[in-house]
Design a protein around this ligand. Structure first.
Ligand code: PLP
Length: 384
């Protein structure tokens, strides 16, 4: 490699992944240890003392994530929500206000409304794709965190990260982007003006539906220090095997995302205008309201799409009848999944303004043969 910064696909395979200097093993070992021998009291080798504070396998994942998101530092956690919790604790104090997109992941809303609000934080939600509404919802004396999820879940709304960051920064708020749906391969929020990125690495980064995890990536050292302290001081760290599985998944992120995107685009185009569907939500479709913005802010439209059926009963039947698309929570794995958000991923926000229509079904398009996937969906629709 020359001195120029390697491209994304190269970094996905090599950043933080130097071969083992002792044996030459190409794949760095998984460090199954909780503690580290000291050369005399305080004589730490490589800074390692105890695994909650640091483990080389976790360090390798964190260096990789920081490189891919273009951040100052990254911290990995036992789940996406644990990552969100650490970041929010670092940013918030009682009396402060969180402004959140009105269609973020239900669990993110539940975390703030059921854990941080009782602690004295206030929360309001807004359509982040409406910049005037964002301006009006910001409380100049109290808004500390502006939380964006784009593309959003499950309607794939697109938020202008740079524009919202500018509005938020005018009042000194920190801009957080949940980059789970796009992955760093398709979207680089820190370069667009965000201060922090969070991931459920459970999804596209892990990529194989076999490991739960989360990450926070920070642009600046000051916030990184606070989150790093909370990772150690609160302790929801990722274990070495989880970190290693996530690293292994990330190596193929670029090729997987290309295939997820191509498959989702082809399926969305095939489903548009289908008589059993009243809407197809996919940012790669030219009439999607966020299409232009997504085209400029992302380098591809991703593998997630949602469809709207005639009513709740029909949508339920569709979600329960596909064969290749398996009915399950989660997304971003190589295998295609179908989800009924109203009673699955978004059940916790029923009765709030984040409630999802009962006639919407979400598809996580995998990397199987696109003809097989399309046939599965069309046959299921035909049979409804
Ligand atoms: N953010 C998004 C967009 C998600 O879809 C999820 C989980 O579904 C999370 C965050 C939470 O991550 P985890 O389930 O790993 O805690």
């Amino acid at each position: 490699m020359n001195d120029a910064t390697p491209q994304f696909s190269t970094r996905a395979i090599h950043a933080g992944q130097e071969f083992d200097p002792t044996t030459g093993a190409v794949i760095p070992p998984v460090y199954f240890t909780t503690t580290f021998v000291q050369d005399g009291i305080g004589g730490f080798r490589g800074g390692y003392e105890y695994a909650r504070g640091g483990n080389p396998t976790r360090t390798a994942l964190q260096e990789l994530l920081a490189s891919l998101e273009g951040g100052h530092a990254a911290f990995s956690f036992a789940s996406g929500l644990a990552a969100e919790d650490a970041l929010l604790r670092a940013l918030l104090a009682p009396g402060q206000h969180v402004l959140m997109g009105n269609d973020v992941y239900g669990g993110t809303h539940r975390l703030v409304s059921r854990v941080f609000v009782p602690w004295g934080v206030s929360l309001s939600t807004v359509d982040m794709s409406d910049l005037d509404a964002v301006r009006a919802a910001i409380r100049p004396d109290a808004t500390t965190v502006v939380w964006i999820e784009t593309p959003s879940n499950p309607l794939m709304k697109i938020t202008d990260i740079a524009a919202v960051a500018q509005i938020a920064h005018e009042v000194g708020a920190t801009v957080v982007v949940d980059n789970t749906f796009a992955s760093p391969y398709l979207q680089q929020p820190l370069a667009l003006g965000a201060d922090a990125v969070i991931h459920s690495t459970t999804k596209y980064l892990g990529g194989h539906s076999d490991v739960l995890g989360g990450a926070v990536i920070l642009k600046e050292a000051e916030l990184a220090e606070k989150v790093g302290f909370l990772q150690f001081g609160v302790g929801a760290v990722s274990g070495p095997m989880d970190a290693w599985l996530t690293i292994r998944g990330i190596k193929t992120l670029a090729v997987r995302m290309d295939r997820h995107t191509a498959n989702a685009q082809a399926i969305a185009e095939r489903l548009v205008g289908h008589p059993k569907l009243s809407a197809v939500y996919y940012p790669g479709l030219p009439d999607h309201p966020g299409h232009e913005l997504a085209a400029s802010q992302m380098s591809g439209f991703g593998g997630m799409l949602s469809v709207q059926l005639a009513d709740g009963a029909t949508a339920r039947r569709f979600a329960e009848s596909t064969k290749l698309f398996q009915l399950a929570e989660s997304l971003g794995g190589v295998e295609s999944l179908v989800c009924y958000p109203a009673e699955m991923t978004h059940a916790s926000v029923r009765g709030t303004e984040l409630e999802v229509s009962t006639s919407v079904v979400r598809l996580s398009v995998g990397i199987e043969d696109v003809g097989d996937l399309t046939d599965d969906l069309l046959a299921t629709l035909d049979a409804l």
